[in-house]
Design a protein around this ligand. Structure first.
Ligand SMILES: [Ca+2]
Length: 195
């Protein structure tokens, strides 16, 4: 079972996921999910799994999109590849290990490698790749993101990026998606490398 979109009213609306056939059985609960935090995937111990979605009397949210797929006994399932990252190792079976790396300008947050354990669960979540707050770009083209994009950026940050291209060239900067709190958060762009 993998989570594609997930946004429930934090603390009030919940999706509970459990193992086996006994809906609501406390002993079989894998996760009680709320807000926007999800596991990479959930793997059952047998051929049955249950979901219990509960909302309170006010305030909705975007909701969720979860998909499931039948997999072999002895597999931990495909945990996916982090956005802006790479993965090595192809097996998802007991004892198999996956190695992760992030693209240049991204920092890996979490575990660099994870192992498929006997209980059909990975030893950890796959890591995420977060855009660095300081980076010098020297390639002819590139993409800059606010740290955590497309999630919200953090508080009290001060990031500096420098773009250095071929001395005979100029630089064309295009904005694809910009959403910042007016007046309090700034993005300044300067020419010539002097701040
Ligand atoms: Ca609600």
């Amino acid at each position: 079972m993998t989570f594609e979109d997930f946004d429930l009213e934090r603390g009030y609306d919940t999706l509970t996921v459990g193992d086996g056939e006994l809906v609501g059985d406390q002993k079989t609960i894998f996760h009680v999910l709320s807000g926007t935090t999800t596991p990479d995937l959930v793997v059952s111990t047998s051929h049955q799994m249950w979901l219990n979605f509960k909302t309170d009397d006010t305030s909705g949210s975007l909701g969720f999109k979860v998909s499931y797929e039948e997999i072999d006994q002895g597999s931990c399932g495909d945990p996916g590849i982090p956005a802006y990252g790479k993965r090595e190792g192809a097996g998802f079976r007991h004892g198999d290990r996956l190695y992760f790396e992030c693209l240049p300008a991204f920092e890996l947050v979490g575990k660099k490698n994870i192992t498929c354990q006997k209980n059909n669960q990975w030893s950890a979540k796959k890591p995420s790749c977060v855009f660095s707050c300081f980076f010098n770009f020297t390639t002819p083209s590139g993409v800059l993101l606010s740290p955590n994009y497309p999630q919200e950026y953090g508080n009290n940050m001060h990031c500096v990026w420098l773009i250095i291209t071929n001395p005979e060239s100029r630089i064309n900067l295009a904005f694809n998606d910009l959403s910042m709190e007016k007046q309090f958060d700034f993005l300044s762009i300067k020419d010539g490398g002097k701040h």
